[in-house]
Design a protein around this ligand. Structure first.
Ligand code: ASP
Length: 356
């Protein structure tokens, strides 16, 4: 395969990438005191049919830069002694604000042409959790999920009620237009045209849309998992769900135990993929439970669920996780997953394709 286009990043992009990597590595060594728990963090930006040959070098560079920024933002919180919850929130909000991902600004459209957002967060010390679904006006759903965890006796708030709660908590509401992008609108138009058996679909020329033309319904959910200096694990996930969703459809991302789970006794997990299957397979909880009950390593527990259980169900997607000993792991059964980690040795990894 001709790899020369991969080298065609502009000088500016290469410098930017080199800079963020150097800063990440330069700030990540031995900054945690020996009597503190080692820290680690992992993020994802969705799993799916991510093909190298469909991705322009510019788009690839953009993804690598934002993944690096997100993982570094979270890791900086951890090495400064901050909580795993704050770490994952800073990583996830960066990705919610980026139009590259199916979360916050840039999320997918529902059937009516609007954006409905879901998110959840969990902390593994007391097994506290907060979740929100079908939000239409909250800029950062992960922050509202966090506020539900802290300030509500409930675990999950949905729709207009969640937005009343948000206002009471001092959140500013934004217009639904804030989340909308032309490329996601085009995705919806193409899916509706396909449903109506229209043969002449609207053309795709946008380089980002070309990269996910085989995953027009979803791709780009974001999530993060971290362990802090107290040994506390937190996991969170944020998404727009699936393009063309109807009837108040909610996926796995805000379902505790499906898209998100954290338990200091085992691990934390954030998932991405076809939500209906991830709910039925109770993916995130099952991985933590396998670690706890079978005494197996994180990577094995993730692989058992993603590469065996989900594959048997014909479901595709992936997970990222951190265990109680600060080991990090990725597992996915799709062609790629946007992902990054900084492990307990301070080593930075940023990957997109399976063969990365
Ligand atoms: N899991 C998300 C959902 O089904 C979509 C995704 O992760 O791509 O809502």
């Amino acid at each position: 395969m001709d790899t020369s286009p991969r080298l065609a990043l502009s000088l500016f992009q290469l410098l930017l990438l080199a800079l963020v990597v150097c800063v990440a590595l330069g700030t990540s060594h031995d900054l945690v005191a020996a009597d503190k728990h080692p820290v680690a963090i992992v993020v994802h930006g969705g799993a799916g049919t991510i093909r190298r040959e469909l991705m322009s070098p510019e788009i690839e560079a953009e993804y690598r830069v934002i993944l690096t920024k997100a993982i570094m933002a979270g890791h900086n919180v951890l090495i400064a002694g901050g909580s795993s919850r704050d770490a994952i929130i800073s990583a996830i909000t960066l990705m919610e604000d980026s139009p590259l991902f199916n979360a916050g600004h840039g999320a997918v459209f529902n059937h009516e042409g609007n954006i409905e957002l879901d998110a959840s967060i969990m902390e593994g010390r007391a097994l506290n959790a907060g979740a929100v679904a079908a939000l239409t006006r909250i800029k950062s759903p992960i922050r509202l999920a966090n506020s539900v965890l802290d300030n509500s006796p409930h675990v999950m708030l949905v729709g207009p009620g969640a937005e009343v709660f948000a206002q009471q908590q001092g959140f500013d509401l934004v217009s639904n237009d804030y989340f909308k992008t032309d490329r996601r609108r085009l995705q919806l138009e193409r899916i509706i045209a396909q449903e109506q058996s229209v043969t002449l679909l609207p053309e795709i020329s946008d380089p980002l849309l070309l990269t996910y033309q085989f995953d027009e319904k979803k791709l780009g959910t974001v999530g993060a998992v971290a362990i802090d200096q107290n040994g506390d694990i937190a996991a969170g996930t944020s998404t727009g769900g699936m393009t063309n969703k109807r009837f108040g459809r909610v996926g796995d991302a805000p379902i505790i135990g499906a898209g998100t789970y954290a338990d200091n006794e085992s691990c934390g997990i954030s998932a991405t993929g076809h939500g209906e299957y991830f709910i039925r397979a109770a993916v995130a909880h099952d991985i933590c439970a396998r670690m706890a009950y079978k005494g197996i390593p994180l990577q094995q527990a993730q692989d058992e669920v993603v590469q065996e259980k989900l594959v048997k169900m014909d479901a595709s997607g992936g997970v990222v996780g951190v265990d109680k000993d600060a080991n990090v792991a990725f597992s996915f059964n799709s062609l790629g997953m946007y992902r990054a980690s900084i492990n307990k040795q301070g080593e930075l990894v940023v990957k997109i394709f399976k063969e990365d």
